[in-house]
Design a protein around this ligand. Structure first.
Ligand code: GLN
Length: 308
């Protein structure tokens, strides 16, 4: 791990030069309280060793990275056919919270599960009792994928997002009217917002990324946590849609299946190699961490992680 340790420290030094170019997310008030100069990262090998640097233990919320967790849980529960009858697999080139395409044709379904509309449709597919029980089920799944049994929801961020989630409310209502979802809109959003508000650090997310990089196995115990065919599918969706309307450019500059969130985190799963998580709450205009992107570009090149 000595070489990885040196590289991640160098990545951090480089990334720090870019944080002033971004801004924290302000549409969820609680997220704007983070220090935009903070930056951290962690790398997890396929046998579970972790190297970390910077603010790698600062807590932040998963936000859109949770779309990966909920999608995997929904696929494990329902199978691919049901999920992909509700949501497509195509990139949009639109902002993550756009709903314009949902209203173009009667009955339109979301383009993919990595944008808000798609993730909200997927949240409706989670089965298992009351909404609180369904949230607990997804949270438990997140705990297993991150190897952190202490993972919990940041209640302040959840309240903040619920108070200002007008756009997501509009999306769920449009999905109801298009017949894409059949649960109660407020319950679907409760699950979606709760998963966005799961509090993590870079180490948690590097472990999750390593599970995805290693075909669904827990890197420490070898336990198969996710079916390999689901992992392959999810990695492909991360590649084509995981970085919102920056996914194409990201594929050419970094070339690792990745998913970002407006909390400032990005997970990258380099198949057969390692999992990486970066964190920096200063975001660019697409909602991706500016310092995080630079760190990933550097590591991809130096560690030969670009799959293209
Ligand atoms: N909770 C955020 C939202 O719904 C997640 C978006 C993101 O991380 N891009 O707007």
């Amino acid at each position: 791990m000595e070489k990885e340790g040196l590289l991640i420290n160098e990545a951090l030094r480089l990334g720090a030069q870019y944080t002033s170019r971004g801004k924290t997310a302000s549409y969820i008030g609680e997220l704007s309280k983070k220090d935009p100069s903070h930056l951290g990262l962690a790398l997890c090998t396929l046998d579970g060793q972790i190297a970390a640097a910077g603010y790698s233990e600062e807590k932040f919320t998963m936000q859109s990275i949770s779309k990966v967790v909920t999608l995997i849980a929904a696929l494990e529960q329902n199978g691919q056919e049901k999920i992909f009858s509700r949501v497509g697999m195509e990139p949009t080139g639109d902002a993550f919270n756009s709903m314009v395409r949902l209203d173009l044709l009667a009955g339109s379904r979301p383009f993919n599960p990595m944008i808000n509309a798609g993730a909200i449709a997927v949240a409706d597919c989670i089965q298992g009792g009351t909404v609180d029980e369904r949230i607990e089920l997804c949270l438990d799944f997140a705990r297993r994928l991150t190897n952190n049994p202490g993972l919990c929801i940041d209640r302040a961020v959840l309240a903040s997002e619920k108070a200002t989630g007008y756009k997501n409310r509009a999306i769920v209502n449009l999905l109801e009217s298009n017949g894409v979802v059949d649960g109660k809109p407020e319950e679907i959003l409760e699950l979606y917002f709760s998963m966005c508000s799961v509090s993590v650090d870079c180490r948690d997310l590097a472990f999750l990324a390593a599970v995805l990089a290693g075909g669904g196995r827990n890197p420490l115990t070898g336990e198969q946590l996710v079916k390999p065919q689901i992992v392959r599918l999810v990695r492909s969706l991360m590649t084509t849609c995981g970085m919102y309307d920056y996914s194409g450019q990201f594929a050419s500059t970094v070339g690792i299946p990745s998913k970002s969130g407006v909390g400032g985190g990005i997970i990258s799963a380099a198949a057969g190699k390692c999992g990486i998580a970066v964190y920096g709450p200063a975001l660019d205009e697409h909602g991706n961490s500016v310092g995080g992107l630079k760190m990933l570009e550097y590591l991809s090149e130096k560690m030969d992680l670009n799959m293209f």
